[in-house]
Design a protein around this ligand. Structure first.
Ligand code: PEP
Ligand code: MN
Length: 354
């Protein structure tokens, strides 16, 4: 389906990328107003706060619901900032519009569900409001595009995407893996669609916000949505990833906004892809070494020798042939596997002599 777009028409100034900032959740009137006033003083034009919070497990703070909507209206009245919130159902849309919310976003758990997306799209028919669709929790570009198409199909042309990273079973540095190649591919497929980066939900940690913001800008993303709270340690949701308006201002001030020519931009994007792939290679190698050490443990318990030459030749031959089928010389693959094998043996020796 062809996506038809119009510019989002949202405020930004030249010195800074387009930024939406505010707490994960609207907790109390005081927290909302204090945070918003501080952000407005730092020159923020758009305020976010969650009114309905999808929590992984019951028992967490699930948002104040409608009671918190007048606080958003007050933010707009007193600071002049535009307001943004997450909607997951047609009732949320109706209430958000009733209280004059300016920008809607769809969360990652909702964009993964075509039924919920269609219900939202139907409720948006005939309304002109900017809508941003977060990537689904799982790394499925088609599902993300499908969600965008449903909203666009309802007549919403001021449409944007939010890259908030993807869930994975084994958590490492990031709360949600960025998998930059996915928003890059989204940009290639729909070049005029603005993509906003959400470093708070990708990183899950305050100290990762600045580097993620910079990386997003370096990759040509159009803006940022960052969680900011007047008292992050006391936040009712996502405390570890929120920063004060002061810290956010400090981070934004130091971002390098590069002016790039088309060609340099694509080289930077390609290099980032290479970095991403190298990260994945090293992760895989580390996993492979862990399995090797487990084999070492087994061999130790069963008094087996480390080196079993038939297995070693089998790996070299099989992988060499596989490499040449994929356009990599068998020789090169053999060299790489010799190195990997050497390191595996070293690691097994260590396990066996413990
Ligand atoms: C949020 O923005 O606070 C949120 C719940 O995000 P996500 O849908 O990306 O998890
Ligand atoms: Mn959050």
């Amino acid at each position: 389906m062809e996506i038809e777009l119009q510019p989002l028409g949202l405020p930004s100034d030249n010195k800074r990328p387009f930024v939406i900032a505010g707490p994960c959740s609207a907790e109390t009137e005081e927290q909302v107003m204090t945070t918003a006033t501080q952000l407005a003083k730092k020159g923020c034009h758009m305020f976010r706060a969650g009114i309905w919070k999808p929590r992984t497990k019951p028992g967490g703070f699930e948002g104040n619901g409608e009671v918190a909507l007048p606080w958003m209206a007050q933010v707009k009245k007193e600071t002049g900032m535009l307001t943004a919130t997450e909607v997951a159902t047609p009732e949320h849309v109706e209430l958000a519009l009733k209280y004059g919310i300016d920008i809607l976003w769809v969360g990652a758990r909702t964009s993964a569900n075509p039924f919920a997306m269609q219900a939202l799209a139907d409720s948006l028919k005939g309304i002109d409001i900017p809508v941003m669709v977060k990537n689904p929790v799982n790394p499925d570009l088609e599902l993300w595009i499908g969600a965008l198409e449903r909203i666009n199909g309802a007549g919403i042309k001021r449409l944007g995407a939010i890259h908030r990273g993807f869930s994975s079973y084994d958590k490492k540095i990031y709360r949600n893996l960025p998998m930059w190649q996915i928003p890059i591919e989204l940009h290639r497929r729909i070049p005029n669609l603005p993509i906003v980066n959400d470093p708070s939900h990708i990183g899950g940690r305050r100290d990762l916000i600045a580097p993620l913001c910079q990386q997003a800008l370096d990759l040509g993303m159009d803006g940022l949505i960052v969680e900011s709270h007047c008292n992050p340690d006391k936040a009712w949701s996502d405390a570890s990833q929120q920063v004060t308006p002061d810290v956010l201002d400090f981070i934004l001030d130091r971002l390098v906004i590069r002016e790039q020519l088309e060609t340099t931009e694509s080289i930077t994007a390609l290099r980032k892809q290479i970095d991403e792939l190298d990260d994945a290679l090293i992760d895989l190698l580390a996993k492979r070494m862990r399995v090797s050490r487990e084999i070492g443990q087994y061999k130790k318990e069963h008094s087996m020798t480390i080196l079993q030459t038939s297995r070693y030749s089998e790996i070299l031959d099989k992988r060499g042939a596989q490499g040449s089928l994929l356009g990599i010389s068998a020789d090169c693959i053999k060299k790489i596997f010799e190195q990997i094998h050497e390191e595996s043996v070293n690691q097994q020796v260590e396990v066996m002599n413990k």
